[in-house]
Ligand binder design. Sequence first.
Ligand code: ADP
Length: 467
Amino acid sequence: MRILFVTSEIHPLIKTGGLADVSGSLPAALKALGADVRILVPGYPGVLRRLGNAEEIARLPEGRLLYSTMPDSGVPVMAIDHPPFFWREGNPYLDDRGSDWWDNPARFGLLSRTAAHLASSDSPIDWNPDIVHCNDWQSGLAPAFMKFRGSAAKTVMTIHNIAFQGNFSPEWVEKVGLPAESYTMHGAEFHGHFSFLKAGLFYSDAITTVSPSYAREIQTSAMGCGMEGLLFSRSRDVRGILNGIDLEEWNPAADRHLPAHYDASSLDAKLEVKRELQRSMGLDQEDHAPLFGVVSRLTYQKGLDLVAECAQGLFDQGAQLVVLGSGDHEFERIFLQLSESHPGRCSARIGFDEGLSHRIMAGADIFLMPSRFEPCGLNQMYGMHYGTPPVVRTTGGLADSVSDGATGFSFGAANSHELYLAANRALSAYRQGDSFRKIQRNGMESDFGWGKSAREYLDLYESLTGR
Ligand code: ADP
């Protein structure tokens, strides 16, 4: 089974969120199951630097195709080296001011077109995929190009977050090289826009998303972001497969970012990480102060306004809060202000910091993730795996991965009162000691690895190709 896995970000080469983690770990899990998988990714500067020894394997109509292998997993990776589109430092989607790059449709049109080219009979390389697995809107045009070119390979479109749709002005349809006839309601048109995601959902052979609950939710008007009708009409082709986590990258017993290591049988050593976290973040050095942690994109989706609203109530009970994130300036300001007004109790770091995210996951006592919606979410799984039980809202992958009272704490309505009540249940358990230890161990002993889910993807590929 040959699988071309198309993605706009991949850990450890380039990362803005969970898509990168999945792109780094799912192909590795597929390879471990015997699949012949290759990754296709844009050649951003960070990607080409980290791949170092990439070799040119083909000239493309635009740019070159470079070949290398992923640093840890050894999965083959192909990067599109086209400097006018991809040689830009920083965030892959945004310019320095935080606005979308004006030519994103051209940039990710090229990613999609190249995937289709590699799956066609005039591919410049002698490796033809049976499956082209697309991820989010950035590769959403690949199934459309493949349908119009008559490609034999089958396509899977995975939705990691349906709120990101890649909707652009219709003038881009022909600029990216799609025939005008693709721009209809039964195609890439979406409320007067040219939609990369809609194209992917319409033209792909199968649709997956990253948890069973989210697969149901996005078929409703409340959570489908306008795509619910199409998804509902293709219900039989829609599957929810829960993401796994990379157990080598995320392992409290060997994590290179931690000052001390522990497992379920040596949880006392977790305290050393907490002490170091408190010290480095300027929090009061109090072993017994319950420490809440947040690592997140700072956006409305993640419900962090609810955290800000109930923070005072938590501080009043002697708790501390550490926040790492970046995103909307308003949220950044709120958390910076909170840490200024509560020195020693609250500390916020604005930015992207891989090492600190691991230290918060390990050093905090309780992880907060009150998302308004959450396709899968990885941080709650990292939290459980690190003995840091999460407080989550019952939605999407949070509902599918956290068991209330057994591995974490859940609440329903998206308001700060409900979050506060759930956080208080976590605090009572923490104070009781034994019951908290049990919840920590339950999480640490749960299996969040890729094994089962990678098998489900393989089953899907097999059902599409008839192999
Ligand atoms: P999403 O993909 O919606 O952002 P997920 O929970 O699925 O949310 O994945 C987020 C990933 O990004 C996790 O690996 C998390 O640790 C990481 N992350 C988010 N914000 C930061 C940050 N500011 N610094 C470091 N890592 C971050």
